[in-house]
Design a protein around this ligand. Structure first.
Ligand SMILES: Cc1cc2nc3c(=O)[nH]c(=O)nc-3n(C[C@H](O)[C@H](O)[C@H](O)COP(=O)(O)OP(=O)(O)OC[C@H]3O[C@@H](n4cnc5c(N)ncnc54)[C@H](O)[C@@H]3O)c2cc1C
Length: 479
């Protein structure tokens, strides 16, 4: 621990905002990847001046700083450096909705769910919807450019940001964008901050875009005999220029996991027809006429192929159609006690070839790889299931992830579509980017943060996940 830095910190901000007890340090030592590195202090600044003072001291004493929201990142992006300082902004929860302007003004600790709930009171909504939205903060979502299920129609967090403000590594206050719908003054550093995983600055406020709540919605579950025909249907849906809000693909291995789980007993008898193979879960929302028209076209597409489906506009029945999707992630743990959840993206024309890649992966590793995905985006979650106590199983998983990443890049895809790089994907960054591109990113980082204090060691330095043990802890979002 750097005692001089700590003394300077104690002189600059109230003692009760600095936590050095073991429990707090341990809590802030990891994210959902569960790789722990103990910081020497966890700082809860009350406001921006305090945060600026912390950054100035950290910059002077070269203390690594990791900003933290809910710690739900899955890549180790929120794991601090040993003896670094964590800046916990989860209590910064101011939220104001300007219904007329259809904007939300938020501090970084507000959860995505809270923004959406507040917007809905005004007939508006906040479209980004990561599965973790009850817990995930907007600061973390901006820093990871989080996506979610509704990406098919509504895109990702970046698509809903007018302005950001925050602090640079040296404590300087900056504003990128504003509460304006158009803004092209100077370089677009706002978008550079989004997705930068806390390496370029600390976000202290954001102006977000809200949309009117759709007036109507229809939900549909369709059963297929094989994955290929399910993804061919995805293609037909997109080629028909339909824009579903949700277009989820679940492969047969995923559905089989659900079928063997205890949640299967929740299903009414008519849902059993959806447990024998891959499924697509589809939702359209918008004005009634638009939804009706889209739904009619979809019926034609499915009817022409004699595909069995069930649709509803009733909210409770829609929840039943969602049961397999909601229950399948947990159900996968029958196949192994550890999951590598890869969030790769491939172009539309590579979706069917990706099926071949996954099948090859199963054969070459002997491991189950249940896969589901946001098919309209080409964003698939390939889950490599293994047992972490078993060395042979770990070796196979390691081989599997290398093969998968290589194949995805060869298909013209990307190694991560929503979770980000953090530590977990850092070994694959150079598969995706040329040496020049990585070097340029690193030079940019040093321009923003010359002493490399902001979340160092992330993205660029290949991290050997396999050499580090995983903590056995229950997190708030665990089932
Ligand atoms: C069950 C579960 C489901 C998930 N589902 C999805 C999903 O559907 N889609 C998806 O995209 N992700 C998903 N995630 C990943 C994760 O929840 C999101 O990336 C989320 O946005 C992270 O928010 P957080 O508050 O937990 O951030 P944290 O984990 O606290 O931080 C994440 C990163 O942001 C940085 N950071 C945090 N706050 C700030 C700030 N104020 N300024 C600068 N940098 C900051 C951190 O340093 C870190 O690098 C899921 C995770 C879990 C556990």
């Amino acid at each position: 621990m750097n005692e001089d830095a700590l003394k300077a910190l104690q002189a600059a901000i109230p003692a009760e905002h600095i936590r050095t007890d073991d429990a707090e340090r341990y809590r802030a030592s990891m994210d959902n990847m569960r790789f722990s590195r103990l910081p020497s202090a966890v700082i809860h600044p009350a406001e921006e001046d305090e945060l600026a003072a912390v950054l100035k001291i950290a910059n002077q004493y070269l203390i690594p700083i990791t900003a933290r929201g809910a710690g739900s990142a899955t890549t180790g992006a929120t794991t601090p450096e040993v003896d670094g300082w964590v800046i916990d902004l989860s209590s910064w929860k101011n939220l104001h909705i300007d219904a007329g302007a259809m904007m939300a003004f938020v501090q970084p600790g507000v959860t995505i769910q809270a923004i959406d709930d507040a917007a809905r009171e005004h007939g508006l909504f906040f479209p980004p919807d990561p599965g973790s939205k009850k817990f995930a903060t907007i600061g973390g979502a901006l820093a990871c450019n989080a996506g979610g299920l509704r990406g098919a129609k509504y895109g990702v967090t970046r698509d809903y940001v007018f302005g950001l403000e925050g602090l640079m590594a040296n404590g300087e206050f900056v504003k990128w964008g504003a509460n304006l719908r158009k803004y092209v003054s100077g370089y677009n550093i706002r978008d550079l901050w989004i997705g930068s995983e806390g390496t370029l600055g600390i976000i202290t406020g954001a102006v977000l875009k809200l949309l009117p709540t759709p007036a109507s919605r229809v939900t549909l579950l369709a059963a297929f005999s094989d994955e290929r025909s399910a993804l061919e249907t995805v293609r037909k849906i997109l080629e028909a220029r339909l824009t579903p809000a949700i277009l989820e693909f679940l492969d047969s291995e995923t559905v089989e996991c659900f079928r063997r789980s205890e949640r299967v007993d929740e299903l009414p008898d008519w849902m059993r027809a959806f447990l024998d193979g891959p499924v697509l879960l589809i939702e359209f929302d918008g004005h009634q006429a638009e939804v009706d028209e889209s739904f009619a076209t979809l019926r034609e597409i499915l009817g022409a192929q004699k595909i069995h489906f069930k649709s509803t506009t009733d909210e409770d029945e829609a929840e039943v159609l969602w049961t397999i999707r909601r229950g399948s992630s947990k159900a996968m743990f029958q196949l192994g006690n550890t999951k590598l959840n890869e969030d790769i993206v491939v172009p539309l024309e590579a979706q069917i070839p990706l099926l071949g890649v996954i099948e090859k992966l199963r054969q070459s590793t002997g491991l189950p790889c249940p896969t589901f995905g946001h098919a309209a985006d080409g964003n698939f979650h390939v889950h490599i299931m293994y047992n972490r106590e078993d060395q042979a199983s770990c070796e196979k998983a390691k081989k599997g992830i290398n093969e998968l990443m290589q194949a995805v890049v060869e298909l013209g895809g990307v190694i991560t579509g929503e979770h980000g790089v953090g530590l977990a994907k850092s070994p694959f960054l150079r598969l995706q980017h040329s040496a020049f591109e990585v070097d340029l990113m690193q030079r940019l980082k040093l321009l923003f943060d010359p002493n490399n204090i902001l979340n160092p060691g992330k993205m660029f330095e290949p991290f050997e996940v396999w050499e580090h043990p995983r903590e056995e802890v229950k997190m708030p979002w665990d089932h």
